[in-house]
Write a protein that binds this ligand. Structure first.
Ligand code: FE2
Length: 300
């Protein structure tokens, strides 16, 4: 089967999809097990036992406490089997390393979203025992969730605390200082009251944009396949371009000497100002095409 974003979304047009995408609005489609049979019917995903038998690597298991990847540990697959029986949630990193079909879809979605070459594309399998789930959090990535087996309830809510977060955050866990520096609203105590509830069944596809609050509970033992994309921001594109450019200059590569030496700090300020004045002249001539031309496809 030809893998593409269009094929993944089946009934939803590209135009409708990109409206949701640009507005950062989640949506779910259902009954896609026929059109997406290539993924939904992958033999190693049709039962937890087959998944464990097939899986050639270690597995991540949620630890007691917050059900979140910040509170997880890598275990051998034999241990993971026991933990799942005890009701622990598991996730399996990057199955595209071991399966060509998943790899093909991961690459196709990346391509059709038109994301930067610098994007971190990741596939993940979640195996969540009945009545387990993930704690309330948001992610920095763009996420497509395909429910393979079992059923899972999701609660989704708009993020009033921050727009375009550059890192993930789980309520109750530590927050990255950078994220804390640009919060626009209060940190909620739990899932916002106006959250939308949806249930994913085998063949359901959820699109989860960056930053949307979510939590889940599996209503039966459940396996899902995720495709996530952490794309660079404009900040990332500019700073990596500047770094690459400035790295060509012996002066910019110089050690930032004496910045904490009271008797010599004026000397270091003068030196740094000189570098900045050269940079300002060069930045005036900088265009988006110059920056994008370093890594991306751009029409000429
Ligand atoms: Fe998440």
């Amino acid at each position: 089967m030809q893998a593409s974003l269009e094929a993944l979304l089946c009934t939803l047009s590209q135009e409708e999809f990109f409206t949701y995408y640009k507005n950062g609005e989640p949506f779910a489609l259902h009954n896609l097990e026929g059109p997406l049979s290539e993924l939904v019917e992958l033999p190693f995903l049709n039962s937890f036992d087959n998944l464990i038998k097939f899986w050639p690597d270690s597995v991540n298991a949620y630890l007691p406490g917050i059900n979140d990847e910040v509170n997880s540990q890598q275990v051998k697959k034999e241990t993971a089997r026991e933990l799942f029986k005890e009701g622990k949630g598991l996730f399996f990193d990057d199955p595209n390393r071991f399966n060509e079909v998943i790899d093909k879809w991961l690459k196709a979605i990346h391509r059709d979203l038109g994301l930067s070459e610098l994007t971190y594309s990741r596939s993940l399998i979640y195996a969540i025992a009945k009545d387990q789930g993930t704690s309330t959090h948001f992610d920095q990535n763009i996420n497509f969730v395909l429910q393979i087996s079992g059923t899972k309830k999701w609660w989704l809510a708009k993020n009033e605390m921050v727009t375009n977060p550059m890192s993930r955050y789980t309520i109750g866990a530590d927050m990255e200082p950078e994220l804390e520096s640009y919060l626009e609203g209060d940190i909620p105590k739990g899932m916002p009251r106006n959250a939308t509830e949806i249930e994913l069944k085998p063949g359901s596809l959820l699109f989860l944009p960056r930053g949307v609050w979510h939590k889940t509970i599996a209503t039966s033992d459940a396996i899902s396949l995720n495709f996530t994309f952490t794309a660079p921001t404009w900040i990332d594109l500019l700073t990596s371009f500047l770094r690459a450019k400035l790295a060509q200059s012996p002066s910019w590569r110089g050690t930032a000497d004496f910045v904490n030496d009271p008797s010599r700090s004026l000397e270091s300020i003068d030196q740094f100002d000189l570098l900045l004045s050269e940079l300002k002249e060069n930045i005036n001539q900088l265009s988006a095409q110059d920056i994008l031309g370093a890594t991306e496809y751009i029409p000429r």
